[in-house]
Design a protein around this ligand. Structure first.
Ligand SMILES: NC(=O)c1ccc[n+]([C@@H]2O[C@H](COP(=O)([O-])OP(=O)(O)OC[C@H]3O[C@@H](n4cnc5c(N)ncnc54)[C@H](OP(=O)(O)O)[C@@H]3O)[C@@H](O)[C@H]2O)c1
Length: 313
């Protein structure tokens, strides 16, 4: 395995928009605003060219400040960075979609995003409270708004050039097929939890057949139990090839044709996570076929309530 190979620069063609997406992505689900700014700067400087954001992360402004600073220093061109952000559940009503994207663009200090996804297929009660609850603490959904309504509003944003491509996050195969079949502008990307404990092969197969890119979040297991980074198959491959378990997991994600998203606030980890190299085929097969444990870490797909983001006090 060579450190100088081009795996880290892999790009995947898109069925819409900015031609292609850099496979290895940096996620910005970082609760601390100061740490967000620092992490995004480091990620750009070490070479990450794909960034995943969301209005729900409440830190688009810090992501934008960091990107703008690095662009203004002449270190990176805007057109070379693929930026995606996500529409939150409380903005699914068609009339709320454009203002939500415009607010994200303002915070990110951008004229357009390369990708705009619905964060979940669930519409919540519209309004400024991102986590609307009734007196019993139950989420208030908006049954008057369907995903079809929201998707049509997203299609108009592509027509207007405010986002180059549109996608869906936290969908299952049935929900994806439904949107894909009626859509005038097809989903270019889906963003779902995926790692060796949740490989989502069937979903990936459908995506590949239809030119949809599958972004895989929690690529390193989100630091939760069971610890994917300590899986014996992963650690033994890491030893054998002279890479870290994180690098093995990210290489597996890229080599099987997904776009793995990872996050860190540590400069050392951010650098490490970009420094991936191609794994031999037998290592890829060992992970794909030799790990049979199945775990979903994030239950957001079931309810629309984000599993990894603490509720605002
Ligand atoms: N669509 C959705 O609903 C959704 C949900 C979740 C996430 N996402 C996106 O996906 C991105 C990635 O998700 P994630 O946070 O679950 O990613 P992850 O990379 O699986 O987990 C991040 C955790 O791994 C640790 N880590 C990172 N690099 C490491 C390394 N080289 N060695 C050891 N530990 C390492 C981090 O620790 P430190 O912080 O200490 O470095 C952090 O605790 C998010 O930022 C977000 O953009 C989307």
């Amino acid at each position: 395995m060579s450190d100088a190979d081009g795996l880290r620069y892999t790009k995947i063609p898109l069925n819409n928009g900015s031609d292609e997406i850099p496979a290895l992505g940096f996620g910005t689900l970082i609760p601390d605003p100061v740490a967000t700014k620092e992490a995004v700067r480091i990620a750009l400087e070490v070479g990450f060219r794909q960034f995943d954001c969301a209005e729900r992360y409440r830190n688009e402004a810090q992501v934008g400040e960091a990107m703008r600073a690095v662009i203004n220093e002449g270190k990176v061109n805007r057109k070379d960075v693929f930026v995606g952000t996500k529409l939150w559940n409380t903005n699914h009503r068609p009339e709320r979609v454009r203002p939500a994207l415009e607010a994200s663009l303002r915070r990110l200090q951008l004229d357009y995003v390369d990708l705009y996804c619905t964060h979940t297929p669930f519409a919540f009660k519209p309004g400024d409270d991102q986590d609307p609850r009734d007196e019993n603490g139950k989420v208030i959904y908006d049954s008057a708004t369907t995903l079809t309504d929201t998707w049509k509003a997203l299609e108009s944003l592509v027509d207007e050039g405010r986002c180059k491509a549109i996608g869906l996050s936290n969908v299952n195969l049935g929900q994806l097929k439904e949107v894909f079949e009626f859509a005038r502008v097809k989903p270019a990307v889906i963003q779902v939890e995926s790692h060796p404990y949740l490989p989502e092969w069937e979903l990936l197969d459908y995506c590949k057949k239809n030119g949809i890119v599958m972004q895989a979040f929690a690529a390193l297991g989100h630091g939760m139990e069971p610890k994917l980074l300590e899986d014996p198959v992963v650690t033994s491959i890491a030893k054998r090839v002279g890479k870290t378990p994180a690098q093995v997991l990210l290489a597996w994600g890229v080599q099987r044709g997904t776009s793995p998203l990872t996050t860190s606030t540590s400069g050392r980890y951010i650098k490490e996570n970009f420094d991936i190299a191609t794994l031999p085929d037998e290592a890829i097969n060992e992970i794909s076929q030799g790990i049979s444990r199945r775990v979903r870490l994030n239950t957001v797909v079931e309810t629309g309530v984000p599993g990894f983001i603490p509720r605002a006090k």
